[in-house]
Write a protein that binds this ligand. Structure first.
Ligand code: PHE
Length: 344
């Protein structure tokens, strides 16, 4: 009779001949049964035989038998994993499955809108300038003809950094910076962030965007201001949009006006409209003829030159353009909101 040692060796050989022939997960299961099934498994039978041995023989073969069992089990597990991976690879290769949608990054709606504004003004011969967000009192107020302690400063709720520095409350200080360096003719727009100590509500935030416009040349009149702004607003909102000029006050313009456009969220129909408050109009910009004192502050002769300026709230105007009743949505980084503006 063959000794158990020989049988163990043959069993090992037999398994190593069969294992490479397995082709799928089912084959692995069949192989497992062939060696481990409760009644006829090759290994099961070897363990049965082992039980009948004398204690000395058990000592001699026990370890070998257990090693063989572990070997076979490990190899079976390996094979199982191999065929599982193959199956999932096949799934990935299946070209009939719907693809996964990729989202491309896109410019923020405010950026898109700012570019649109720039495009319209550039087409009229304007160029684009920028200035610092941290300003001095001189540029933000004094050079713009706000004397110290003048009550007009109260309408800009300023965030001060210290006695001299502040976060600019409007883009108007860049008018001064540009006029100090360049002499007329000047035709520029100045987009950028501005800061005010505001409590957030549907149309106010402590940080928002403005775009300033400035034209200085000989013989510039209020008619040029009106014509340019009308052309601009119609280019942005379409020919049918209605706008109105209201007399207003700014220390750096004289005369001054504020421009309203009709509320395109409610069309003036909703007395409880959260955007226009039921008035049917919404202010989008302030404007006026550059005050002679401002020209003197930058050594431009007001007897020779005249000019106009305006300052428009970009966020607020974008709300109208995109029909968004809540300014805070622009800054909440909710992708469901932002993806709507991805125009690719
Ligand atoms: N700077 C003004 C504001 O922020 C707007 C403005 C700009 C008014 C230029 C007149 C001329 O409200």
């Amino acid at each position: 009779m063959n000794s158990l040692k020989e049988k163990i060796e043959r069993c090992r050989q037999f398994f190593s001949e069969l294992a490479p022939q397995v082709k799928d997960a089912q084959g692995v299961e069949e192989l497992r049964q062939q060696f481990f099934s409760r009644k006829k498994g090759h290994l099961t039978l070897l363990f049965e035989e082992f039980k009948t041995l004398s204690p000395e023989e058990k000592k001699a073969y026990g370890r070998e038998l257990n090693e063989l069992k572990a070997e076979i089990q490990n190899r079976l597990t390996e094979l199982e994993q191999k065929f599982q991976e193959k199956a999932s690879e096949r799934l990935i290769d299946d070209l009939t499955l719907p693809g996964r949608k990729l989202y491309w990054g896109a410019a923020h709606p405010i950026t898109l809108f700012q570019r649109e504004i720039e495009r319209i003004f550039i087409s009229m011969g304007f160029s684009v300038e920028e200035g610092p967000e941290i300003e001095t009192d001189y540029y933000n107020f004094e050079a713009l003809n706000f004397p110290p302690h003048h009550p007009a400063r109260d309408s800009w709720d300023t965030l001060y950094i210290n006695d001299k520095l502040l976060l600019r409350t409007h883009t108007s200080p860049v008018q001064i910076r540009v006029m100090e360096k360049k002499k007329p003719p000047i035709r520029i727009i100045i987009p950028g962030k501005v800061f005010r100590r505001e409590t957030p509500d549907p149309t106010h935030l402590p940080m928002f965007y403005q775009v300033e416009g400035l034209v200085v040349d000989r013989g510039i009149t209020f008619a040029h201001l009106k014509g340019t702004l009308e052309y601009f607003i119609k280019a942005l909102f379409g020919e049918k949009i209605r706008l109105r000029f209201r007399p207003s006050f700014f220390p750096f313009t004289e005369p001054s006006a504020e421009v309203d456009i009709e509320c395109i969220v409610c069309g003036g129909q909703d007395p409880a409209c959260r955007v226009c408050g039921g008035s049917g109009w919404k202010e989008i910009l302030g404007a006026g003829m550059v005050d002679p004192q401002v020209f003197k502050n930058v050594s431009i002769d007001p007897e020779i030159y005249s000019g106009w300026a305006f300052g428009l709230g970009i966020d607020r105007t974008a709300m109208f353009a995109f029909q968004i009743p809540e300014i805070r949505q622009f800054y909440e980084n909710d992708l469901r909101f932002l993806r709507q503006f991805n125009r690719r």
